[in-house]
Design a binder for this molecule. Structure first.
Ligand code: FAD
Length: 453
């Protein structure tokens, strides 16, 4: 590697190599040829040129949360951005310029110091980079749009090692593609986000016993249908953790949980949540006024460390009773108690953006269905992956088509094309313009010019 690389180079056999190649999904055990932990955009250019000279494929690591493990590949050069965490908040224009190594809990802390926020992921250890580049859904998206809708600009190192500043005014086609098209177009070394004042919310977890799952999901559907933009709503078929807030007899048992977060007062929240309240007392009620930081940390820690994971997803048009029944049945049959089925109400501000304004096509989907298989090391993956795929198939009758690109990955490539719906062709053209050799291919890949996919 050239001597002008200022970051850290980590070779196989070096101290720290095993820690540096590890990603969030402990099922991923890959050995890169070299890890280039960049400290600047210049380092990214140097690493990329070196990979080209050596004929090495390149993987790019932001927060390392891709369940498919796209951040790391056998025999590749990993450009590791995790040390690039610089953040600059401009209060006058309410923007944040953020380094690609930041995690959501770090960016939230920086923006909340000024009472500001942008739409972010709901688990604090998720990287801002991969999440933003795939679209970005979270508690704020019905109020403020998706994360990618709040992206104002990005600094990008392209496949031919040029440094470009992309925005609506400069390289607008590249900027369009970055807002949902994933890591296909270059290495983003800085993100500029629009911020908005976000103070408190009323929210928390409501838990019910599994025998009530059908009626709880129906109530989730009812609340969803008339929900004001201020209400974010998730529902999950999960296993109750061994936590003090869970009644002892329910710990380790399947339960159905709903997480409402209302960006407003408790009285308005109560009105929006009336159909849920009409169900009677939940076994767990942790709803209360919360700061935005508390909202964002609510489900941190629910995933035990060092577990193996597989994700799949589907956009749903609606949630009819037969789909609810199928999902409840699937949850009951999960081969691992750690596997979960999560529904998220979409729409609101995110749903009012035209489908072709960014690559994120399924703006009119009613719900995101996220099937997350999770199992302990040592258990063979086959049954867990088969379960997740079957659970997704069980909900196909309600499908809007496609699935959220940040929750799919280790699946057939036809799903990537479907994930972009009517935007795939334009993405493929922009890929051909900026990366005709498909240099950036360790990702949810878009083929240059539209072949394959
Ligand atoms: P990485 O694995 O580092 O990267 C993911 C992909 O992006 C790879 O292809 C990588 O090459 C590419 N990439 C990363 N950084 C860059 C860069 N700077 N330039 C170019 N390409 C880059 N998604 C949501 O929308 N909302 C959620 O609330 C949410 N919650 C999640 C919770 C958990 C526990 C997990 C595991 C995932 C969650 N996700 C969520 C999905 C998440 O958006 C994706 O996993 C995303 O890929 C994570 O980004 P990362 O930077 O951490 O991942």
């Amino acid at each position: 590697m050239h001597t002008d690389f200022r970051g850290q180079l980590i070779w196989p056999g070096d101290d720290g190599y095993d820690a540096a190649r590890r990603v969030w999904n402990a099922a991923i055990d890959r050995h890169p040829a070299l890890i280039a932990r960049a400290s600047s955009t210049g380092d990214v250019v140097t690493a990329l040129r070196f990979a080209r000279e050596q004929g090495l494929p390149v993987s790019v690591r932001g927060g390392g949360h891709s369940a498919a493990g796209f951040a790391v590949a056998d025999g590749a050069l990993m450009i590791d951005l995790s040390a690039m965490k610089a953040t600059r908040i401009d209060l006058a224009v309410r923007t944040a310029v953020a380094g690609p190594g930041l995690l959501w809990r770090e960016l939230d802390a920086a923006t909340q110091a000024f009472g500001l926020a942008t739409t972010g992921g709901v688990v604090g250890s998720t990287g801002i980079a991969g999440l933003t580049l795939g679209g970005g859904i979270g508690y704020l998206d019905r109020v403020a749009g998706l994360t990618c809708d709040n992206l104002l600009g990005a600094k990008v190192v392209t496949a031919d090692a040029r440094i470009l500043q992309a925005s609506d005014d400069a390289h607008p086609d590249l900027f369009w593609a970055l807002r949902g098209g994933g890591g296909n177009f270059g290495v983003v070394t800085s993100f500029t986000y629009r911020l908005r004042p976000v103070a408190g919310a009323f929210g928390g977890l409501l838990g019910y016993t599994m025998d009530r799952a059908g009626e709880v999901l129906q109530a989730y559907r009812e609340v969803s249908a008339g929900a004001p933009d201020q209400l974010a709503l998730y529902a999950g078929l999960v296993t109750a953790p061994p936590a003090s807030f869970v009644p002892e007899h329910l710990r380790g048992q399947r339960v159905v949980g709903v997480i409402p977060v209302y960006f407003g007062g408790a009285d308005e929240a109560a009105r929006a949540l009336a159909p849920l309240r009409a169900l009677g007392s939940p076994v767990v009620d942790l709803t209360r006024p919360m700061s935005y930081k508390e909202v964002q940390q609510m489900t941190d820690g629910l995933n035990p460390p060092a577990m193996h994971h597989y994700y799949t997803a589907e956009w749903l048009d609606g949630l009819d009773d037969r789909t609810i029944e199928a999902l409840v049945e699937a949850a009951d049959g999960a081969p691992s108690p750690h596997s979960v089925i999560i529904l998220k109400r979409m729409g609101g501000a995110a749903g009012r953006v035209p489908a072709d304004a960014t690559p994120f096509w399924y703006r009119d989907a009613a719900h995101n269905l996220d099937i997350h298989a999770q199992w302990a090391p040592g258990s063979p993956p086959g049954p867990h992956i088969a379960w997740a795929r079957a659970a997704r198939q069980a909900a196909r009758r309600a499908s809007a088509g496609g699935g959220y690109v940040n929750f799919i990955g280790a699946e057939d490539r036809g799903r990537i094309r479907a994930a972009y719906g009517g935007n795939y062709g334009r993405l493929a053209q922009i890929k051909a313009a900026y990366d005709p050799e498909n240099f950036f291919r360790i990702n949810n890949n878009i083929s240059p010019g539209g072949s394959g996919g």
